[in-house]
Design a protein around this ligand. Structure first.
Ligand SMILES: C[S@@+](CC[C@H](N)C(=O)[O-])C[C@H]1O[C@@H](n2cnc3c(N)ncnc32)[C@H](O)[C@@H]1O
Length: 212
């Protein structure tokens, strides 16, 4: 892992202590909506043992929700922050989710091995090259009939929150931020053969549903 990523990992290790409280404060309703939207978009009904991978899983909200819906699934949460993973493990009281530490740009899984790969509110946190590699890795490990589900924030409407959002985006670097905000679906359509867009009920998040 590069030195830059080691620094970012440490940042997330510290952030892990406040992350859930921060989310509760800012977007609880949206988080509930987005988790349900992800489960619905995964089309896992009828699969006896669905295989689910959540990349950049953070404190585990998405993968634990999937495991709740599909108790027989193989559910893996993947993140490079040991702090985030520790918090996720504490919440997984049944110990049924597998948590793996590693970089989104290098997934240690075989080709075509998951029915669904999710990445929620994290793509914008990745630098351009890492983001591109991560997208290609997610495409590689999802099954031909599976889905890569990417959930991202919409640009906020409230002026103060909007300003904070842009400041956060700028931490990616000006070029990356501009590409990400303006790029829309184009960067994804360059990787996946089919990309469809939907929105959470609150209008705060958008879901890009991608197929190989
Ligand atoms: C904003 S949090 C989102 C967490 C979770 N997906 C959610 O929706 O609550 C971003 C997560 O991405 C992880 N992350 C950032 N860069 C990463 C990378 N290169 N490889 C793996 N995880 C990464 C961070 O550790 C953090 O847990």
């Amino acid at each position: 892992m590069t030195q830059l990523r080691t620094g970012r990992r440490k940042y997330y290790d510290i952030f892990s202590h406040f992350y859930d409280a921060f989310i509760r404060l800012h977007s609880r309703q949206d988080e509930d909506d987005t988790r349900d939207l992800l489960v619905a978009a995964a089309h896992l009904g009828g699969k006896p043992v669905p295989r689910i991978l959540d990349v950049c899983c953070g404190t585990g909200a998405v993968i634990l929700n999937f495991k709740g819906h599909y108790p027989k699934s193989l559910a893996i949460g993947y993140d490079f922050s040991s702090g985030m993973l520790r918090k996720a493990q504490e919440k997984d009281v049944s110990g049924k989710v597998v948590f793996v530490e590693g970089d989104a740009a290098e997934l240690p899984f075989e080709d075509n091995s998951f029915d669904v790969v999710t990445c929620s509110h994290a793509l914008y946190e990745l630098k351009g090259e890492t983001r591109q590699k991560a997208l290609l890795e997610m495409k590689r490990v999802v099954r031909p009939d599976g889905y890569v589900l990417l959930m991202e924030h919409e640009i906020p409407r409230h002026p103060v929150v909007k300003l904070l959002f842009y400041v956060r985006m700028l931490s990616m670097g000006l070029k990356d931020a501009r590409e990400f905000v303006k790029g829309g679906l184009t960067p994804l359509e360059a990787v996946f053969s089919r990309v469809t867009l939907s929105h959470s009920r609150t209008g705060k998040s958008k879901l890009m549903s991608c197929q190989k």
